[in-house]
Design a protein around this ligand. Structure first.
Ligand SMILES: Cc1cc2nc3c(=O)[nH]c(=O)nc-3n(C[C@H](O)[C@H](O)[C@H](O)COP(=O)(O)O)c2cc1C
Length: 166
């Protein structure tokens, strides 16, 4: 693997990418920087945030570099919806795919992103409020949807580290 490349909107994806770079000593670039620093033959691990099911800029990154693994960062729990993300984004089986739970920063969102999430969060909060005995993670999610919050944890990178060490 030559480098870690990422696209982040509010910073959670960047946090994970930086964490992995520290652990692996791999160089790290935003997608913009990568186009100047890397060659098309370079193998990369791509981190992108999830927007309406799409791994943002995955297709752009795949056009320019050899992607060996994709890490999709969203509000979904770490390690879930992997097959859905693979299908939606047409990520080939030969590319490893991981999902990571990022976070939510409503104050950093602008324009259409802000508008979409105001609707999505309302419906998610409603769903959580209908649960008879919400578990701790439901309550944590509800709080994050109202006030913002981070689910970024170093331990969520364990599977990706294992993949890189193989
Ligand atoms: C417009 C919009 C759409 C989103 N769609 C999804 C989604 O389909 N699935 C998901 O798990 N998270 C979704 N999210 C949540 C983000 O992926 C999550 O906040 C992520 O941590 C953002 O990463 P970033 O801080 O690097 O931008 C969405 C967020 C926004 C603003």
């Amino acid at each position: 693997m030559t480098a870690i490349v990422y696209t982040s909107n509010t910073g959670y994806t960047e946090q994970y990418a930086k964490m992995l770079a520290e652990k692996t000593n791999l160089p790290i670039y935003s997608l913009e920087q990568a186009s100047e620093k890397l060659k098309p033959t370079d193998e990369i691990i791509y981190f992108g945030w999830l927007m309406a099911g799409a791994v943002v800029n995955y297709k752009v990154a795949a056009k320019h570099f050899k992607i060996k693994a994709v890490c999709a960062v969203g509000l979904c729990e770490t390690g879930t919806i992997t097959e859905k993300v693979r299908k939606t984004n047409s990520i080939p089986e030969s590319v490893a795919l991981f999902t990571l739970q990022g976070g939510y920063s409503p104050k950093k969102l602008k324009g259409m992103h802000k508008f979409i999430m105001s609707l999505v969060t309302k419906s998610l909060i409603n769903k959580i409020e209908k649960i008879n005995s919400p578990c701790e993670s439901d309550i944590e999610m509800k709080n994050a949807l109202i006030n913002g919050g981070s689910f970024v944890k170093e331990e969520n990178l364990a599977e990706i580290e294992a993949f890189l060490n193989n």
